[in-house]
Design a protein around this ligand. Structure first.
Ligand SMILES: [Zn+2]
Ligand SMILES: [Zn+2]
Length: 499
């Protein structure tokens, strides 16, 4: 009997010993993953480079804005902008010192904005050079409400070539996108829902595109408030993911929060859904923010901080291609899938009441340090209290910044949800929000499960085909259509017949 007991005891002891040995191994099992973190900000010299205040999307009265180009330049200059891409509807920017070709029909329809179709007077050559190199002596601007704005930087203000907001004519649901560096789209009306054609045409001309305020297309009633915190229909996810996969070097991303975030509040969730389709296929579209200003008070609503070694157009294009920018807004109405508000307690009216939109004390990232051995990401920032980490559409962590610093430890942090595919973060503070571009999380020895992104044969695809056929069969050689194009859309149709 005793012998038997001894035997049982020794079995128990052996098991206990094995369990003790196994426990640490079990506990550290998740740590055995070795992440290879793809950091778009890798390569930035945080001490030597600078972040330049950038506006990627804005309007003048050359299309449907209220501001003449002189006032537009003065305001951006006084608001410390260092890079400005003018993107009027269907109207290519050939420099603020050159009168653009215009789209007469648009200006007539919006005549209350264009000051009854007032003539477009470009800025004179001397002031233009002064904006570009920062020597323009007129450094202040007094707004209609009596606010004095003053330029404090000595830098110049770059004029991004050939900015254009494509697809101006949409009976409902604005399916807009902005393009740069491409001679395409002057006077083009576009086809409803057809993002694909301008993205492809711009790519063929070596330009770049960003989808604009996609929420205005996804929710044609523009009432995205009814859809906060909800996933977007798969149809849209596939449609937009396909665009990024088809033009990986030229369709660089999408607006995720534009103007006052009224129509874009669901676009971060859509963005996360798109990332889950494109990242396994090797493509990471960037998310940007922009003012889409049409009048005075909206010029500083949202902007981009571009990290570059020098303030040149070449450096700027590289910055956009690599995603080495942070996207800032004074506004956030976003709600995460798990119900957390992006900016807890954000009250939009406060921004208007305090005119906080004039200020540049929005959260900013000043440094990112990725430790590939420890698998940690450390973020430093200013004007920020909270950092929120998102992976695959879910908040995985939210915490306060300690002395403007926070670290995500992929092995030891306790997560609300497990990080997978990628992480992105945003900083929030008393005056706004600042979004970073996603970092892909490759796991050594593992591959992402393949994700199929089917081509969408949808109504816009059909309409595009129909228009192409009608164009060749009827419109292209029809003198009545020529007259409409010449007087309504403002271009010479005969010159374009064989383009
Ligand atoms: Zn638009
Ligand atoms: Zn716009």
């Amino acid at each position: 009997m005793i012998k038997k007991h001894k035997k049982v005891l020794s079995v128990i002891l052996t098991c206990a010993m094995l369990l003790t040995l196994a426990l640490p191994a079990l506990a550290s099992a998740p740590s055995e993953k070795n992440y290879i973190i793809e950091n778009p900000y890798d390569g930035i010299d945080w001490d030597a480079w600078d972040d330049y205040k950038t506006q990627l999307h804005c309007h003048t009265n050359a299309s449907d804005g209220f501001l003449p180009v002189q006032q537009f330049c003065d305001m951006h200059y006084a608001l410390n902008y260092e890079i400005v891409a003018l993107t009027d509807h269907g109207t290519l920017n050939r420099g603020w010192n050159v009168a653009p070709e215009i789209v007469p029909l648009m200006r007539i329809i919006k005549k209350e904005r264009t000051n009854n179709n007032a003539p477009i007077i470009p800025v004179d050559e001397e002031s233009y050079q002064g904006y570009l190199n920062g020597t323009n002596p007129d450094r202040t601007y007094t707004t209609t409400d009596g606010d004095l704005l003053e330029r404090t930087t000595t830098n110049g203000m770059l004029d991004v070539p050939l900015g254009n907001e494509q697809n101006m004519a949409t009976p409902f649901a604005d399916c807009h996108l902005t393009s740069y560096w491409a001679e395409y789209g002057q006077g083009y009306a576009g086809v409803f829902g057809d993002y694909e054609t301008p993205c492809r045409e711009v790519a063929e001309r070596d330009g770049i595109t960003f989808l604009s305020h996609v929420g205005e297309y996804v929710y044609p009633d523009k009432d995205s408030a009814d859809h906060v915190g909800q996933k977007i229909d798969e149809y849209y996810v596939n449609k937009f993911a396909r665009i990024f996969l088809d033009n990986p070097d030229n369709s660089l991303g999408m607006g995720i929060n534009s103007a006052t975030d009224a129509h874009t509040r669901c676009d971060r969730i859509l963005y996360d859904q798109i990332l889950q389709k494109t990242i396994p296929n090797g493509v990471v579209p960037w998310g940007n923010t922009f003012a889409d200003s049409h009048n005075e008070t909206s010029i500083n609503d949202a902007y981009t901080m571009s990290w570059m070694p020098e303030l040149t157009l070449d450096a700027f294009r590289t910055c956009l291609e690599k995603g080495q920018f942070f996207s800032v807004s004074h506004f956030s109405n976003g709600v995460e899938l798990n119900g957390m508000e992006e900016m807890p307690g954000f009250v939009e009216q406060d921004v208007y009441d305090t005119e906080a939109y004039w200020l540049d004390n929005t959260p900013q990232v000043t440094r990112i340090t990725v430790d590939q051995d420890a698998d940690t990401i450390t973020v430093e920032g200013v004007n920020a209290n909270i950092i929120t980490w998102v992976s695959n559409g879910n908040v995985i962590k939210r915490e306060s910044l300690e002395n403007g610093k926070a670290t995500l430890d992929l092995h030891n942090d306790e997560f609300l949800d497990e990080p997978y595919l990628y992480v992105r973060f945003y900083l929030s503070g008393d005056n706004g929000i600042c979004y970073a571009n996603p970092m892909v999380l490759n796991v050594e020895g593992e591959e992402f499960a393949p994700v199929d992104v089917p081509k969408t044969y949808d109504l816009p695809w059909f309409l595009r085909g129909l228009v192409t056929v009608l164009d060749v069969a009827i419109f292209k050689f029809n003198p009545i259509i020529w007259i409409f194009k010449y007087f309504g859309l403002g271009y010479n149709p005969i010159e374009r017949i064989f383009q």
